[in-house]
Unconditional design. Structure first.
Length: 157
């Protein structure tokens, strides 16, 4: 008798149950075929991703490449080490520097721009209070470097 009552459900309920079973079955089949074999090998990501990333060309050289090759004895780097930006990597402001590290010319490294400065210094309530911030619509609209020296921000040019 209980089996017979199961099939005597209203047709709307049977359709909803069948739809739910179809969705779950479709999900399980798709997950089986679309999940890479190396998934969860090292946790909740693809294990093969590490090997794929290792084969890509490097675009970031790192702060050590800047310091060891050219900029260690230059005044700009020594000045930077005395001021607020000393903990930043060069590439935080100047962009990827591997090409510049391989071929040190002035035209293959980015110069800081207004947008570069705003990435860190645009007013944002989630940032700590000690972090110097500006509201760009109330601040001087020209270049930041007209009033500030990027490598020693507390000084004026």
């Amino acid at each position: 008798m209980p089996m017979r009552r199961l099939f005597n459900m209203p047709p709307q309920v049977v359709r909803v149950v069948l739809l739910a079973v179809g969705i779950v079955a479709s999900y399980l089949v798709a997950r089986y075929f679309l999940t890479p074999p190396s998934f969860r090998e090292y946790g909740f990501y693809r294990g093969a991703a590490l090997a794929e990333l290792a084969t890509r060309d490097r675009v970031y050289a790192g702060k050590n490449a800047c310091v060891e090759k050219c900029h260690n004895h230059q005044d700009q780097y020594q000045t930077l080490m005395k001021h607020e930006h000393k903990t930043l990597a060069c590439e935080s402001c100047h962009g990827p520097g591997q090409a510049h590290s391989n071929d040190p010319r002035k035209d293959n490294i980015e110069k800081s721009s207004y947008a570069t400065c705003l990435r860190c210094h645009e007013a944002n309530p989630s940032r700590p209070k000690w972090h110097k911030q500006i509201a760009s619509n109330n601040h001087y609209p020209g270049k930041c470097t007209e009033c500030h020296v990027p490598h020693s921000p507390s000084e004026s040019p």
